[in-house]
Design a protein around this ligand. Structure first.
Ligand code: GLN
Length: 193
């Protein structure tokens, strides 16, 4: 059973733990470098990317996270987590750090403000049927580099990307009860292990 951590500084940690357990992984919260060192894969949850990045600095996790991701730790980021995985954020807030890992440029809050949050069916490469995409102040991917593969688009904008062991979606499968993307990620972690 792969042990998959969920970065537990802020955001929808519990929902990811539930989804990972349903997908057959052993899920645990990660708040300290020792906990990070003990996982086979890591989820970066939805929430607020600036807050998460500032807390990562305070908790001494920023550099350990960057290093493990750079050395191939499988990671899956949803929404704020997608922003954290971007090599470049188009409109970073002051003090906002990125972990990097996917050669993509991400635009925060690209689909609009909280009251413009929406849900839509999204076709994802590798899944037979569309997922129910929940978009909450969601980012989109402005562009990807040569190494990154686009897995889904919505309204002409890229909303899911994979590069090697790193996966990112603009939307929140952890809020839907559909655990296929967590299952895909668990497979990726097993294959890497
Ligand atoms: N807009 C948020 C951010 O910039 C992300 C929202 C979310 O994760 N639902 O971090």
């Amino acid at each position: 059973t792969p042990v998959i951590g969920v970065l537990a500084l802020q955001g929808d940690v519990r929902e990811h733990c539930t989804a990972l357990a349903a997908a057959g992984a052993a899920a645990r919260p990660v708040r300290r470098p020792e906990e990070l060192a003990a996982v086979d894969g890591l989820v970066l949850p939805g929430g607020e990317s600036t807050t998460i990045s500032k807390l990562a600095v305070l908790f001494g996790l920023l550099d350990p996270l960057r290093e493990r991701i750079r050395s191939g730790l499988p990671v899956y980021g949803t929404c704020a987590g997608m922003i954290l995985l971007a090599d470049k954020i188009l409109d970073p807030r002051s003090g906002q750090e990125t972990l990097g890992g996917i050669d993509m440029i991400v635009r925060r809050n690209a689909f609009g403000r909280q009251n413009e949050s929406f849900e839509a069916a999204v076709e994802v490469k590798g899944l037979a049927d569309p997922v129910h995409g929940v978009f909450i102040r969601a980012p989109w991917v402005e562009s990807v580099g040569a190494g990154a593969e686009v897995l889904a688009e919505h309204g002409g904008h890229i909303v899911a990307v994979r590069q090697g062991n790193a996966l990112a979606t603009s939307f929140h499968p952890e809020l839907t009860g559909d655990h296929r993307l967590h299952g895909l990620f668990a497979d990726l972690v097993r294959a890497a292990g």
